[in-house]
Write a protein that binds this ligand. Sequence first.
Ligand code: G3H
Ligand code: ZN
Length: 280
Amino acid sequence: TLAPLAPLARAAREAGRGLAAFNVIHLENAESFAAAAEETGQGVVMQISQNAARYHGSLAPIALGTLEIARTCSVDVVVHLDHADDLDLIGQALRLGFTSVMYDGSRLPDAENRARTRDVVRAAHLLGVSVEAELGEVGGKDGVHSPTARTDPGEAARFVEDTGVDLLAVAVGSSHAMTTRDAELDLDLIDRIARAVPVPLVLHGSSGVSDAGIQAAIRAGMTKINVSTHLNQVVTSSVREVLTGEGAPVDTRRWFGPGREAGRAEAARLQRLFADPAPL
Ligand code: G3H
Ligand code: ZN
């Protein structure tokens, strides 16, 4: 079922659960995540980034396939536009039927980020679509790792009040596109932001954080957990295994199929981990 993000994220926050948000780059990813969500019975966010849309040349083909997979899934699926700073692309997502969008103005001067975020919120809310914004830039989007940025709790509270966003992405020590899971999160800061901010918080760059680190972040107050690179690693390793050696298949289904299966298994494992973040 295609579902809006805000109520799903609020329910997760109230229950102390994390909500998995996985990136869809190819349609097979959406197939993996839908199967994992049905298996675990947990709702999921399928997110398509502005970068992924650029890779395909346009947003509509991958988005329409993902939306159809979401509609036919037996559990709640949010289809979310991830990291968009292009307002035209956000308009396209709203017309296509996305149930959530992220406007990422984290690189803009504060006043401009606020003003544009407010405009996106106004347009999206008219359609019942949720909005995520980012305050305090989470590094690594351009391949440069900078886990040093931090979001101030007071500023975060004022930003949410000012813009009316449904979720807020904050900088607490993670960095995008890490291939090792050794980022150290500032759990005390997560706790202080969660107390100050009335909406669910989003952890970006979660691939760089260990299983235990993500669970601790959820216990401290994080809700939407964005994972992309780690799932790419899992799918690619499985494909690499199938394609190495004698008799490697030529039919693309015979390597993408096992990759899709590996992605499903890891997505389901992560969903279970986020839904039950109690310490062992
Ligand atoms: O918005 C997407 C996420 O922040 C993914 O980051 O590739 O480091 O897991 P990641
Ligand atoms: Zn991100």
